[in-house]
Design a binder for this molecule. Structure first.
Ligand code: AMP
Ligand code: MN
Ligand code: MN
Ligand code: MN
Length: 271
């Protein structure tokens, strides 16, 4: 079965509308899909649920931090109408706004004026994030690529601001209270040493986290093997997703990656 439990729409920093994303998933043969926009579930409110020929698992990708590292936690199979989820989304929405103002202030000090207005115009959807600042920096010619915008102005070292996000235990509690399963997104993206990654997983598990992504988009077979082993060692459920944002991205198309290794315990068995 083709399953993709990590995708984005234009309600966060993706390019496709929810309906377009679902259409793409259907044509790629995906049978189970989760839309996991950054800190929002607005995509689900916009869907015409009756016409969906795919099993849709309500999801969200939360931004938080561990020590000084920004990390992402996916909430899968959450109850969209629960108080906990509504509280989480409201909190993170506010955090995103305060953070955007702080990012703009930092950019101002670096000589980039009024970046907030520019980024807000690009975001359009009230879910402002670093990709919108990156696009603005590119549009005004401050950088020659989106990647350079991240490297020079927005990445972990130069300008990501994490302190406003809800803490890891709080995020996991909200997911659990919403009836969902907390899954650590793309464990290799944080560039942690193996010791730090396992310590982080221990803290994640202690806080009530239950799963980790063993496949995140396009990755080497060796990385999949390595993550599957880590997942088993920590007795976690395994998830997989493309982290799809837009059709021309270099990562992976919706649902397009090899199946989970056989020895993994798939998270969807618990939906
Ligand atoms: P934010 O939610 O504001 O922290 O923005 C994080 C998002 O920025 C990620 O989910 C990616 O989609 C995007 N991103 C992070 N690093 C890069 C990069 N180097 N190039 C392009 N997009 C990036
Ligand atoms: Mn993103
Ligand atoms: Mn992410
Ligand atoms: Mn993502």
């Amino acid at each position: 079965m083709h399953i993709d439990l990590h995708t984005h729409t234009n309600f966060s920093d993706g390019k496709l509308s929810p309906d377009e994303l679902i259409q793409r998933a259907v044509s790629n043969g995906v049978e189970m899909l989760s839309i996991t926009d950054h800190d929002t579930v607005a995509a689900y409110q916009q869907l015409n649920k009756e016409n969906i020929s795919i099993r849709l698992i309500p999801g969200i990708e939360f931004s938080t931090f561990w020590n000084k590292t920004g990390i992402h936690i996916i909430g899968l199979n959450v109850d969209l109408d629960s108080t906990a989820l509504k509280e989480a989304v409201t909190y993170q929405h506010q955090a995103r706004h305060v953070r955007a103002a702080a990012i703009a202030e930092r950019l101002e000090k670096l000589g980039v004026k009024d970046a907030l207005t520019g980024a807000q115009l690009i975001a359009g959807n009230d879910n402002i994030g670093r990709p919108h600042f990156a696009q603005h920096l590119f549009n005004i010619g401050a950088v020659t690529s989106i990647n350079q915008a991240f490297e020079k102005f927005l990445d972990a070292k130069s300008g990501d601001i994490k302190k406003y996000w809800a803490t890891l235990p709080r995020i996991i509690s909200w997911i659990r209270d919403a009836g969902g399963i907390a899954v650590l997104a793309h464990p290799l993206k944080y560039k942690l040493t193996r010791t730090r990654l396992t310590t982080m997983l221990d803290d994640f598990i202690e806080a009530g986290g239950h799963g980790m992504e063993v496949i995140s988009g396009r990755q080497l077979a060796q990385q999949t093997k390595d993550l599957a082993k880590l997942c088993q060692q920590k007795n976690l459920l395994a998830s997989c997703g493309s982290d799809f944002h837009q059709p021309d991205q270099q990562w992976s198309d919706v649902g397009k990656y090899p199946p989970l290794p056989k020895d993994c315990k798939p998270v969807w068995e618990y939906f």
